[in-house]
Design a protein around this ligand. Structure first.
Ligand code: PAF
Length: 273
C-alpha cells in the first residue's frame, strides 16, 4: 500500500472509500468490497472539522494512525490518502448546503453537520475524480444525502451502499464504540434489540411503541429519537410506505450512537422471526 499526502499523486478512476480514520472491521469490509471491484482502491483519512458542531467532539474523536495503516493495508487498500487541511480547504471554504433533509434527525441534533459532510465529500470527489465511492448504510441519512449530491453534481461517480457490520450481539461497529466502558458497551445493544423488535412488529404504530419501550428499559441509554421513516425522503412512514426504515439515535454517557434497519413491509413488517 502506498501512502500519499496529495490527490495530485493519484490517477482518476479509483474505487474510493472516504473515512475519518479510527478504522475498524466496518471500514475493512468497505475496503474489501472496493477491492473486489478494482485493483485501484483509494481510502482517505481526514477528520473533517466542518462536520463537528462541537469542538469537544472533534477533540475527542478517536485517532489511531498506526492501526489505521495496518487495517487499510490488510484489507486491500492500494493507496492511502492522508490529505492536509490545506489541500481540502485551500482558501476560504464555500460550504455546500445539504438542504431540508440535512436538517432532520442527525442534522437537527448536530446543526451544520451534514453541510460539513457534503462539503468535504464534494471536495474529495473534486480532487480525486473516483469512478465509484463506497459509503456504509450505518450512516443512512449521510448515504441518502450523498446519493442526492452525486445525482445533482457528480453523475459519473457511482455511489455504492455497503451493509452495516455488527458484533455478534448486534451492536453496529462504530469508531465511537471505543469510548464506551464495558457496562455502556453492553447497554448499547439496546439499540439493536429495539430495531429487531420493530422489524418483527405487525404494524408501524406497534413498531414505534416497542422501540421506545425497549429503549426506556435501559437506564444508561438516553434516547434522542426512534422512528420509522420513508427511506426516500425521511418523512414519517405509514403502513403503506413501500420502503420503510427504522432509525434510532441516543446517548450513552455522552457518546452519541446511531443505527438503522430496513423494515420489510411486503410481509407486514415481518422481516425476521
Ligand atoms: O462517514 C464518515 O466517516 C464521514 O462522514 C465522511 C463520509 C468520511 C466525510 O467526512
Amino acid at each position: 500500500m502506498k501512502i500519499v499526502n496529495s490527490a495530485a499523486e493519484l490517477a482518476d478512476g479509483c474505487v474510493f472509500v472516504p473515512t475519518m480514520g479510527a478504522l475498524h472491521e466496518g471500514h475493512a469490509s468497505l475496503f474489501k468490497l472496493a477491492r473486489t471491484m478494482s485493483e485501484f482502491v483509494v481510502a482517505s483519512i481526514f477528520v473533517n472539522p466542518l462536520q463537528f458542531d462541537n469542538s469537544k467532539d472533534l477533540e475527542l474523536y478517536p485517532r489511531t494512525p498506526d492501526r489505521d495503516v495496518e487495517i487499510a493495508g490488510d484489507a486491500g487498500v492500494t493507496h492511502l490518502w492522508l490529505p492536509q487541511q490545506r489541500e481540502i480547504y485551500p482558501e476560504k471554504v464555500t460550504t455546500r448546503v445539504a438542504g431540508p433533509l440535512g436538517e432532520m434527525y442527525e442534522g437537527a441534533n448536530r446543526i451544520g453537520h451534514f453541510d460539513g459532510v457534503v462539503t468535504v465529500v464534494s471536495r474529495l470527489f473534486d480532487l480525486l475524480s473516483p469512478a465509484s465511492a463506497i459509503f456504509g448504510e450505518k450512516d443512512f441519512q449521510q448515504l441518502t444525502l450523498i446519493n442526492a449530491l452525486a445525482k445533482e453534481d457528480y453523475k459519473s461517480i457511482e455511489i455504492i451502499a455497503a451493509p452495516t457490520i455488527r458484533e455478534s450481539d448486534g451492536l453496529a461497529l462504530s469508531s465511537r464504540n471505543i469510548r464506551l466502558s464495558e457496562n455502556e458497551r453492553n447497554a448499547a445493544t439496546v439499540i439493536y434489540r429495539a430495531l429487531t423488535a420493530a422489524r418483527e412488529s405487525k404494524n408501524i404504530n406497534s413498531a414505534r411503541a416497542l422501540m421506545h419501550q425497549i429503549c426506556s428499559q435501559e437506564p444508561l441509554f438516553k434516547l434522542d429519537y426512534a422512528e420509522i421513516i420513508d427511506e426516500e425522503n425521511f418523512a414519517i412512514a405509514t403502513d403503506s410506505t413501500s420502503k420503510q426504515r427504522a432509525i434510532i439515535a441516543g446517548w450513552l454517557n455522552g457518546v452519541r450512537l446511531i443505527d438503522n434497519m430496513q423494515m420489510n413491509p411486503a410481509t407486514g413488517n415481518t422481516g425476521v422471526r
